[in-house]
Design a protein around this ligand. Structure first.
Ligand SMILES: Cc1cc2nc3c(=O)[nH]c(=O)nc-3n(C[C@H](O)[C@H](O)[C@H](O)COP(=O)(O)O)c2cc1C
Length: 301
């Protein structure tokens, strides 16, 4: 009932761990696989180890449900990551290796390494809203996006997912530039910031960060709906999914599967099993046999 297939990869349910949350180490990825996730995206990994920004790197909003983060793409570097993947792959669910870089050659080399480590697909982080030189500057440069996707596609056999930024007025143009990708991942965090009025300065050490959690769900649903109307490429929906109903909403907008990140802060790692149960109950109540029947159901033509 809950299994889905994206680019021929079988997921036991459509709930995939989003990049950046409990997925830097093999041990936590294994825990998430055992906690019922349908698949896992790794932390975005670059060519070299990066410490990231100094604290504070995360701020929980006091009134809206959501957080702002500027971790700064902290990661162990691709050479050290093989061991983490070896452990994560023991979980028996598909693993998607996320990579970031600043040139097409860099992305291609990182994707190749991920493939050698045994991942089932690679995800290109073309959209970090706060890492200078690596993130959305890359992801809004359509020429560069085209070059990156095409370089990676000619380097690896596994499916290539392009994770796009919501921080643009031209999402369709960027998706068109990434059209060689096997799937689009929508969305990364929404660029934002918070100010500590008593300290009279920005809260995060990097000032700007990325907003995630329930408060960005309408932005993500809109992005999925908009791109699903224009492209036949499968879409993975992400942004604020916290309940089974949220996941169903994204799938009705056009997502073939979804990713879950910030919800783990609110619900713990049991979120995967619980949300899967919520989807299943809804499907039974509504007489729908397979979750894949939901994909694009709400599209008004
Ligand atoms: C602490 C944190 C770290 C993140 N790191 C990454 C990352 O390394 N690469 C990436 O593509 N997205 C990263 N993201 C973005 C998430 O994968 C996701 O796109 C976003 O948080 C929206 O989903 P959510 O509301 O379910 O968290 C990060 C998000 C958070 C909250």
């Amino acid at each position: 009932m809950l299994s889905v297939s994206v680019n021929g990869i079988q997921f036991r349910n459509p709930l995939i761990l989003a990049s950046g949350i409990l997925d830097e180490s093999g041990a936590t990825m294994l825990r998430i696989a055992r906690a019922g996730a349908g698949g896992i995206v790794t932390k975005s990994v670059g060519a070299k180890e990066r410490a990231g920004y100094g604290n504070p790197v995360v701020y929980e909003l006091p009134h809206e449900r959501g957080i702002i983060n500027a971790i700064g793409l902290a990661n162990p570097g691709i050479d050290a990551y093989g061991e983490e993947l070896r452990i994560a792959l023991q979980g028996g669910v598909p693993i998607i290796g996320s990579v970031f870089g600043s040139t097409a050659e860099e992305f291609a080399a990182l994707a190749k390494k991920m493939e050698e480590y045994g991942v089932h697909a690679v995800e290109l982080n073309l959209s970090c809203p706060h890492a200078s030189g690596y993130g959305m500057e890359v992801g809004v440069d359509k020429k560069l996006v085209r070059e990156i996707v095409s370089a990676v596609k000619s380097e690896v056999q596994v499916p290539v997912w392009a994770k796009l930024t919501p921080n643009t007025h031209d999402l369709r143009g960027i998706a068109a530039a990434a059209e060689d990708a096997d799937a689009f991942v929508l969305i990364n965090t929404v660029r934002g910031m918070a100010i500590d009025i008593n300290a009279r300065r920005p809260v995060l050490s990097n000032a700007y960060g990325g907003l995630s959690g329930p408060c960005i769900k309408p932005v993500g649903v809109r992005a999925v709906y908009e791109i699903a109307r224009e492209f036949d490429t499968p879409i993975i929906g992400v942004g604020g999914i916290t309940t089974g109903e949220d996941a169903i909403e994204y799938m009705m907008a056009g997502a073939s599967a979804v990713q879950i990140g910030t919800a783990i802060l609110y619900r713990g790692i049991n979120a995967f099993r619980e949300i899967a149960g919520e989807i299943e109950s809804w499907l039974i109540e509504n007489g729908i046999e397979k979750v894949s029947e939901l994909v694009g159901m709400a599209q008004v033509r």
